[in-house]
Design a protein around this ligand. Structure first.
Ligand SMILES: Cc1ncc(COP(=O)(O)O)c(C=O)c1O
Length: 398
């Protein structure tokens, strides 16, 4: 049997990855190693430790313990071709560290217009303050990105699909342009995870996960990660150390615990979300379903070509209606919580207004949008709930 975890099938990797005997010390799950101070045998030992590379060696709590290394190692194993992973206390912290590792004053960053709003704010706020320019582009631009690349373009950010309107980006085409110009590529891969889109293997330089979503899977921990491709990890780690980034071992432990069931959870999210999405597409109150696996979603052909599966988050547009009738629908639901985030075991419904966060494109739908996170409940109950919600919407819309 090969020692390379990348040679194992993904389901097996999810179960075995990161469980090194020196970290698990004889138990199944790597325990929670909580530490700030690490004690040395003598002064010579202390001095020798400080001088050496501290990767996977106890040095000081901020550099991590086996609990964080185990999860980081497991996430690296899920991305064939990856060199290493750094963990962060949230997905947004992961995005910030990655951008700061790659960009310098005077550089330009290209950002899809569909990007998660805090990613936009980072580009137009924090990065701008440090002299980094951002240009927003149509997420469906594909190889047309070549036209936007300027002399100072250093990185192209992607989020595929976008987490409100689900445009699927042509990542291979954008990566090809970036590689030919020596530009770094960064992908927010939270929706698909490496199980449904192994990003580093497709040439992406940095694959970001808001582990808060599917890795944790239980809506009770904030966590993020950046997995770096070949030759990219050292700079990411150094910048993250300089930023003082460290993830609590307790949170990393919960992340590892979630990861072990991620592939079975994702398969159920996939099946249930598809069932609900197809049902919604047949309802007269629904004008369009934005689910990457359905032909009605922008970029669906790219999805069908590149992805190994779909997860549990998608949106649908109502046929007519307004803010009030949309709220009536959502308030009528019993099995859908109303709240931010996604990727947990429970269903959620959220009113979303993508036009508020756009500058390069104008999303145009027949009515307001609702984003659904389909959890692990029986999809028949969720569909019955949505039928009640649509009836309430119909009455309110008039
Ligand atoms: C697509 C996407 N990326 C990143 C994040 C940020 O993750 P976190 O909430 O862990 O900071 C989110 C959160 O909703 C998200 O939807």
């Amino acid at each position: 049997m090969s020692d390379d975890p990348h040679d194992l099938r993904p389901d097996t990797r999810v179960v075995t990855a990161g469980r090194r005997p020196e970290w698990t010390a004889g138990v199944v799950n790597t325990p929670v190693w909580r530490a700030s101070t690490i004690l040395y045998d003598d002064v010579a030992h202390l001095r020798a430790s400080g001088a050496a590379d501290t990767h996977h060696r106890l040095f000081y709590g901020r550099r991590g313990t086996p609990t964080q290394w185990s999860l980081a190692d497991a996430l690296t194993s899920l991305e064939p071709g990856a060199e290493g992973t750094f963990l962060y206390p949230s997905g947004v912290a992961a995005i910030a560290a990655c951008l700061l590792a790659v960009l310098s004053p005077g550089d330009e960053l290209l950002v899809p217009d569909s990007a998660y709003d805090p990613t936009r704010s980072m580009a137009t706020g924090l990065l701008k303050r440090f002299g980094i320019a951002a240009r927003f582009y149509d997420p469906l631009i594909g190889e047309g990105i070549a036209e936007l690349v300027g002399p100072n373009t250093r990185a192209i950010f992607m989020e595929s699909p976008g987490s409100l309107t689900f445009e699927v980006q042509d990542v291979p085409a954008i990566v090809a342009v970036a590689k030919s110009r020596g530009i770094a590529t960064i992908l927010d891969n939270t929706w698909a995870t490496p199980l449904f889109f192994p990003a580093i293997g497709k040439g992406v330089d940095y694959s970001i996960l808001a582990c808060t979503k599917y890795v944790v899977g239980h809506s009770d921990v904030m966590l993020g990660s950046v997995t770096a491709g070949s030759g990219r990890f050292a700079a990411l780690r150094e910048t993250s150390f300089q930023l003082g980034q460290v993830t609590s071992p307790d949170d990393a432990w919960l992340g590892s615990r979630g990861l072990r069931t991620m592939s079975v959870r994702l398969r159920q999210h996939q099946a249930s979300a598809l069932e609900v999405a197809r049902w919604l597409a047949a309802q007269p109150e629904v004008s369009r379903v934005l689910h990457p696996a359905l032909a009605s979603c922008p970029g669906h052909k790219t999805f069908a070509r590149d992805f190994l599966g779909s997860s549990g988050l998608f949106s649908f547009a109502l046929q007519g209606g307004d803010e009030r009738s949309r709220a009536t629908l959502i308030n009528a639901l019993d099995h859908f919580g109303i709240g931010y985030s996604w990727g947990g075991y429970e269903s959620l419904a959220l009113p979303v207004d993508p036009a508020r966060h756009r500058s390069a494109t104008t999303p145009d739908f027949a009515g307001p949008l609702i984003r659904l996170q389909i959890g692990l409940e029986d999809p028949a109950d969720l569909i019955a709930d949505l039928a009640r919600g649509l009836a309430a919407f119909r009455a309110a819309r008039g």
